[in-house]
Design a protein around this ligand. Structure first.
Ligand SMILES: [Zn+2]
Ligand SMILES: [Zn+2]
Length: 156
């Protein structure tokens, strides 16, 4: 099912020393075509469509974990999902309970002069369950400021 790139493409990647576009990853680009083809093989396989947590258009989602950083909630251990037989639907539902949150939100970080690598880097990304995310929103008065709501909702 995985289809290799052409020999010419692979040679060009090697010649130009092209590396994975995931933040902080220096591994060579995958030789397989299709979704995530500008990532290394490891990160390509971590895209949600390939069974992982991340979205190709939001590289910071590679830092997403299977557990809430605030309360420890882990949807894989949540019995409410037990009766769902289809593993793909189950996985999708479980994954959607968690979101990838910027600790310092993008606009604030940009105002402080942070680079995109810093903004999307592992130190600035935490995994929150939907409930803790709402607590954070309430703490930071997001509804009033009309910010952040939306940006981090990378779940599908
Ligand atoms: Zn990579
Ligand atoms: Zn939580």
């Amino acid at each position: 099912m995985a289809c290799r790139k052409t020999a010419a493409q692979i040679r060009e990647q090697v010649d130009k020393n092209l590396t994975c576009r995931a933040p902080g990853c220096c591994d060579p680009m995958t030789i397989f075509r299709g979704l995530g083809e500008d990532y290394c093989r490891y990160h390509q396989m971590h895209l949600s469509e390939n069974g992982g947590m991340a979205r190709p258009d939001r590289p910071y989602t590679f830092h997403k974990k299977w557990c809430c950083d605030w309360c420890g909630y882990n949807p894989k251990e949540d019995a409410r999902f037990d009766h769902i037989q289809d593993p793909i639907r189950k996985d999708r539902g479980q994954r959607a309970t968690l979101i990838c949150d910027h600790i310092v939100r993008r606009a604030d970080a940009q105002a402080m002069g942070w680079t995109n690598e810093q903004i999307d880097g592992p130190e600035n990304i935490q995994t929150l369950c939907q409930l803790c995310d709402k607590v954070k929103s309430a703490e930071e008065d997001d509804w009033n400021k009309n910010v952040r709501l939306g940006e981090d909702y990378e779940n599908s």
